[in-house]
Design a protein around this ligand. Sequence first.
Ligand code: NDP
Length: 474
Amino acid sequence: MEKAEIGLIGLGTMGSNLALNIAEKGHRIAVFNRTAARTDAFVENAGALRDRVVPCYSLEELAAAIRPPRPIIIMVLAGKPVDEQIAALRGVLSANDIVIDAGNANFRDTMRRFSELASSGLTFIGMGVSGGEEGARHGPSIMVGGTEESWKRVEKVLTAISAKFKGEPCAAWLGTDGAGHFVKTIHNGIEYADMQMIAEIYGILRDGLGMGPKEIAEVFSQWNTGRLNSYLIEITAKVLAADDPKTGKPVVDIILDRAGQKGTGKWSVIEAQQLGIPATAIEAAVAARVLSSIKDERLAAEKAYGGGVSKISGDRDALLGDLELALFAGKIAAYAQGFAVMSGASKEFNWNLPMPVIAKIWRAGCIIRSQLLDTMAEAFGAGGAATNLLMAPAFVSLMQEAHPSLRRVVASAAEAGSPVPALSSALAYFDSYRQGRGTSNLIQAQRDFFGAHGFERIDGQGAFHGPWGSGAAG
Ligand code: NDP
């Protein structure tokens, strides 16, 4: 029998769709799932693609079905199941075979797995996949970390199944070991910030302007035709327009305001802190989900303090214009933070992450895909964003135009009592970033006062102490 080009373990939501996508692009694929019934169901539902699918019921059978060196995608639950699967695969694979973890792994696990497998002659790829179920089936964004040689073996299949932006594949090799999973993690961190900012604007429209879901859907739908054009804005409009079949009410009104999370947002924040790179909008978004989860406490606090949002008055068209630009400015600041974290990690882990390529492969297929990413790709490509996206000439112009709106929106929201943690963090980051003379001269004086840490002077080299006298230090 003709050998399969690639193998896949884990026929859950993502794995089954990815496998069908691979088969559809003309590649023969061998599949295995822990629970055999799922393999049977997958094959049964493969329709016209059935001929390109080789169902396997043991790992030995799977290994035998693939052309060496064998690339095998693992798409199972992240964490321990991946380690267990790798351990089981070791027994059936040979030198140079390629184990690809396509789940949402912590990149530190990926680095560990990469070196553990290298010591036994196997190659490991950590592959971030974004785009959800639909993306997996018809074209995800694919972020690959591993050796360049192993990428060459799988490049053809992965570029074929990836999303395309104006014909360019949204799949790329980004660096060694954990590079792909790190970039996917930051992608998700940015996604948290993007979603949170959209939710904050929704909050202002709902509570500050008293608009209903359908009206708000219209606003987002309109914004999606302009500078905010993106998948997340598009689905927000659709979500807000949808009715609950059971009650006939807008579905968004019957959904409990308690957000879930699986970890990639938190990992983004932890790594940003480890690297010493501010990612305040992402942090605010993660914290907002945590606060959302303590619903009972929030209800009690509302009783204690009163929680109503005051109405925001003013010219409605002008307010809507400000909200659109505020979201745009907040988004730019959040992306600037995400890219800065990747830049820090690139140096720390010697990945040499290609920022223009990352922006390019996020332009289609993934959850944060947007028109703005094309502008970012151009800015990184032109070299103008080497220190920070906010320093790219194109983004200086965009922020010059948009930040006054962000300022007005954050101020009105604060006045009205409508929480905007991510937008206000983005604004504070921007203001701190552009402040040539900041206020940490005072921090340094305080540190020297109580801890004799010393400070630098603006008019001389070296470390100095202040004239604090005998009450100081301790
Ligand atoms: P599903 O829950 O749909 O499927 C889970 C799969 O993992 C099943 O095939 C299951 O096999 C298998 N599995 C679970 N535990 C084990 C184990 N101990 N040993 C072997 N196999 C096991 O998950 P998804 O497809 O949604 O997610 C898979 C990965 O993809 C995760 O890492 C997820 O974070 C990531 N991901 C998910 C996205 C999404 O939108 N859903 C988007 C991007 C990434 P069995 O049938 O035997 O239970």
